[in-house]
Write a protein that binds this ligand. Structure first.
Ligand code: 5AD
Length: 470
């Protein structure tokens, strides 16, 4: 017999949940935040366990083959969840989605839809079409795109990422980005400032401007370039740290360098991918600059902002790379003394020119060169970090460290610091003076020295705030 209770009591509502796995660059991270926002508007909540998700999105990266393979193995894992959860929807998003398009639906029979990076704003619509029965492929680069910064589910409470330019018009011979992210497209000066202001009003203290060639930004309607934009953004009240990624060396003008001297809140940190240390390799890579042009840029930056931390990307094992060419890369790293490097083994990508070049390099040799580079860099980083010993540095607090009683944060140069809080944790997003007591190659250790300028609006905010409202 059915009890009266079970008849009259409504069943507890079951929340629908989403799970997004993200690979790759900051643009992908931001795309994930944009997709999460749309899912929340549809009434879905996040979960950390893909097995209880109703929608799973794989936001993929195709910059190297390894990244691409990972996403397929993950798809194989997740599609099995459909055995218990028939209604589960799985979407392939990001750069692999753009690259393979329709073929992904054939290769993975349980895949529900494919969504390219330029179509992220259409996720809600694509989901609705799928629920109505269609297996959608939304790729390509439409002229009109939806971009609603008010429904981005920002990760964290103090750093906001803002896209200013999408795509890339360069033709570096190794790089797949122009075909996955499409041609360059700049947002307008007004749109960008409006979004940054929106974040600052909300209490964000750090802004990161994003683009594949971020410093190639130009306003689509007025005579304004990236130097003008930096100048305008840096002047906004409440902005403590302004950063941007990724800069293309050839497009970095002296007017941009000047901004580092003009604005203290422009973080003394710049990622400036050089890729290789010899002109012959740079030429084969199609980079359009020489080492002789790159070095004066570094000098100018160091003059404009003494102590500026530089980081770079490097590729080893590029087709035809000789011992001498590799040595030149090593020499450049020793000469410039980067605060950090991101070095990769060359990986041939479909649709690019480099796989057709002569003398592809043996994988073992490339691995060996990569290790040599990492060893050299580790020593440099330890030396550079050791120079900071005893200094008191302003640290933006980003979270707890593993050790009880310690927190972590970033110096203005973006170095990671783990510091002792003496049992009184600082508010996340606040700025604290930390004395550096120990240096490691990849981080610093320190102790907090008194409270500085904690941001009041951050202190008052609730600890969880997934979606921003205007
Ligand atoms: N193989 C290896 N590394 C690559 N990168 C881009 N394309 C490739 C490739 N085919 C590296 C570059 C770039 C960074 C994001 O990834 O160094 O700056």
């Amino acid at each position: 017999m059915t009890s009266i209770l079970s008849v009259v009591q409504p069943a507890a509502p079951v929340a629908r949940r989403y799970y997004i796995e993200t690979w790759g660059c900051q643009m992908n991270e931001l795309d994930t935040q944009r997709m999460a926002g749309q899912l929340m508007v549809q009434g879905l909540l996040p979960t950390r366990d893909p097995r209880e998700a109703d929608v799973i999105l794989l936001n993929s990266c195709s910059i190297r083959e390894k990244a691409e393979n990972k996403v397929y193995s993950r798809l194989g894992e997740y599609r099995r969840f459909k055995e218990d959860r028939e209604h589960l929807l799985i979407g392939l998003c990001g750069c692999v989605a753009q690259q393979v398009g329709e073929r992904a639906l054939k290769r993975v029979p349980d895949l529900d839809f494919v969504l390219g990076p330029a179509r992220v704003g259409e996720l809600s619509e694509v989901l609705n079409r799928r629920r109505a029965g269609e297996r959608v492929v939304a790729t390509g680069f439409p002229a009109e795109r939806s971009y609603d910064f008010d429904t981005i589910s920002r990760d964290g409470l103090f750093k906001g990422m803002v896209t200013i330019i999408e795509g890339c018009n360069k033709r570096c011979t190794f790089c797949i980005v122009p075909s996955t992210r499409g041609p360059e497209r700049c947002r307008s000066f007004e749109d960008i400032l409006e979004e940054v202001q929106h974040l600052l009003d909300f209490g964000f203290v750090e802004i990161e401007l994003l683009g594949q060639t971020v410093n190639h930004w130009k306003d689509p309607h007025q005579d304004l370039d990236f130097a003008d934009l930096l100048d305008a953004v840096a002047r906004l009240e409440g902005l403590k740290r302004l950063r941007f990624v990724t800069s293309y060396p050839r497009d970095f003008t002296l007017a941009m360098v000047e901004q580092f001297a003009r604005h203290e809140n422009l973080s003394p940190y710049l990622h400036l991918p050089v890729q290789a240390g010899s002109d012959s390799l740079l030429k084969r890579m199609g980079r359009g600059y020489t080492v002789g042009e790159y070095l004066p840029l570094v000098d100018a930056l160091r003059k404009a902002r003494p102590g500026i931390a530089l980081s770079t990307d490097l590729i080893v094992g590029f087709p035809g790379e000789t011992d001498e060419e590799f040595q030149a890369t090593l020499d450049l790293v020793e000469q410039i003394r980067y605060a950090s490097i991101f070095a990769f083994k060359y990986s041939p990508r479909p649709g690019t020119a480099a796989p057709r070049l002569k003398n592809q390099i043996d994988d073992d040799l490339a691995s060996e060169r990569l290790q040599i580079l990492f060893q050299a860099q580790k020593k440099i980083q330890l030396e550079l970090n050791s120079e900071l010993l005893g200094q008191e540095i302003e640290v933006l607090v980003t979270g707890d460290s593993k050790q009880p009683g310690t927190q972590m944060g970033r110096t203005p140069c973006h170095r990671i610091v783990h510091f002792d809080t003496f049992g009184e944790p600082s508010k996340l997003g606040s700025l604290q003076q930390v004395e550096i007591t120990d240096a490691k190659p990849h981080s610093l250790l320190g102790i907090r020295r008194g409270q500085t300028s904690a941001n009041p609006s951050l202190l008052e905010r609730p600890s969880v705030l997934p979606v921003l409202r205007g």
